[in-house]
Design a protein around this ligand. Structure first.
Ligand SMILES: CSC[C@H]1O[C@H](OP(=O)(O)O)[C@H](O)[C@@H]1O
Length: 392
């Protein structure tokens, strides 16, 4: 069975409730933009690409099932207001704002056409949002292939045989419309026969790694080991050579124009470790995550989440022998009264990033150490391009 974070058919949308994974696979119906806003805010659905797609499709479902005004302008205004509302659900990942911008443009263009009606504006929106779902999967498969090819060609480890990679957070089918970005690179290495082992970090405090990435790796029968975030340095120092670790590959929530990258908290420290241990540090992200309007990481808003996500852990009861899925408990793991800082993301400076893997190729810094990310938008569409291994 293929792992699906998002189930969509015209007029119907379901999301896999990721707060219940890995022990329960339950889907929630999403009937409206409001349903989507709360699902994104609560992180029942999460992951930069998935957030954008769920938001876009939720509005498509709402429009499909509602009694629509006949006047094109009224439907256009409704759509724009709902997109502005959806964008407020989570601030750091740019994909949602990027999708809203593109959907507004498609809506405004349809509303100005000769003979435009409420129905024609709705159809234009729904078709554009459905195309985003389709494009994301093909983009991720291209990211996987480009990333795997680059690792095989450009890492020392690959010269001796199949490589191992460490990844952080969840960037797989549960963070996208399918296949994944950084985890897609690991999937592609595995499919090529070039993966020795995948290591995934727990990713406190939300545990996307232990709950979601581990779930995907077990599901796909990819040889993998879970480590805590604090074990990453020891892993590279003590097992890097024996495991033939080639590098660390992560996703992104927003890549600034200079290559500074906002991603799950803990990413920055992994980039420092990669530099210290002489392994590659790679960011895997579709072009919808690259934000040329944000000049550098200093301009990226970092979402801070409730302290209870650090101090409380929720899950099914385990008595040390048996797992009781029928009893979900919340456990306090911190002293009452302690202050908590809980930034959901950090920013990794471009100088620590060896390559940014996109669906049209891997971007590397030039001889002056500068990323020119504008180049990736000069490639027509997301059509499969000859691998640009070695960088654009
Ligand atoms: C496909 S990259 C997804 C990106 O989003 C995650 O954040 P969250 O789980 O809070 O939505 C994480 O930063 C991943 O790298």
């Amino acid at each position: 069975m293929v792992l699906q974070a998002i189930k969509y058919s015209r007029g119907q949308l379901e999301i896999l409730d990721q707060l219940k994974l890995p022990h329960a696979e339950e889907y929630d119906d999403i009937y409206s933009s409001t349903d989507a806003w709360h699902a994104i805010k609560e992180m029942r659905t999460r992951g930069a690409p998935a957030i954008a797609i769920v938001a876009a499709l939720a509005l498509a479902v709402e429009l499909t099932n509602m009694k629509l005004p006949s006047i094109a302008e009224e439907v256009k205004v409704f759509i724009i207001e709902k997109l502005d509302y959806l964008v407020t659900s989570r601030p750091t990942a740019v994909n949602l704002a990027d999708a809203a911008r593109k959907l507004k443009k498609a809506t405004e263009e349809s509303a100005t056409r000769e003979g435009a009606t409420g129905d024609s504006v709705r159809e234009a929106y729904v078709s554009a949002s459905e195309q985003m779902l389709i494009d994301d999967v093909s983009d991720n498969e291209n990211i996987g292939r480009h990333g795997a090819d680059w690792i095989v060609k450009n890492t020392t480890a690959a010269k001796t045989g199949p490589v191992s990679m460490l990844t952080h957070c969840n960037t797989g089918s549960l963070a996208t419309a399918g296949y994944g970005t950084a985890l897609g690179v690991i999937r592609s290495l595995h499919a090529q026969g070039n993966l020795k082992h995948a290591f995934c970090s727990e990713t406190r405090p939300y545990n996307q790694g232990s709950r979601l990435t581990a779930f995907e790796l077990v599901h796909d029968r990819i040889p993998a080991t879970l480590v805590t975030d604090s074990m990453a340095a020891a892993l590279l120092r003590l097992r890097g050579p024996s495991e033939n670790i080639a590098g660390i590959v992560v996703g992104a929530d927003r890549v600034a124009a200079n290559g500074d990258t906002a991603n799950k908290i803990g990413t920055y420290s992994l980039a420092i470790l990669a530099k210290h241990h002489g392994v590659k540090f790679l960011v895997a992200a579709p072009r919808t995550t690259i934000d040329l309007d944000t000049k550098s990481g200093a301009d990226i808003v970092i979402e801070e989440r409730p302290g209870r996500e650090v101090t409380l852990v929720k899950g099914p009861r385990h008595d040390g022998v048996h797992l009781d899925l029928a009893v979900v408990e919340t456990v306090s793991i911190a002293a009452n009264g302690i202050g908590v800082w809980n930034p959901a993301f950090d920013v990794t400076p471009a100088e620590l990033i060896d390559g940014i893997i996109t669906e049209v190729g891997v971007v590397e810094k030039n001889s002056e150490g500068v990323f020119h990310l504008d180049k990736v938008f000069e490639v027509a569409g997301s059509t499969i391009k000859p691998s640009t291994v070695g960088g654009i």
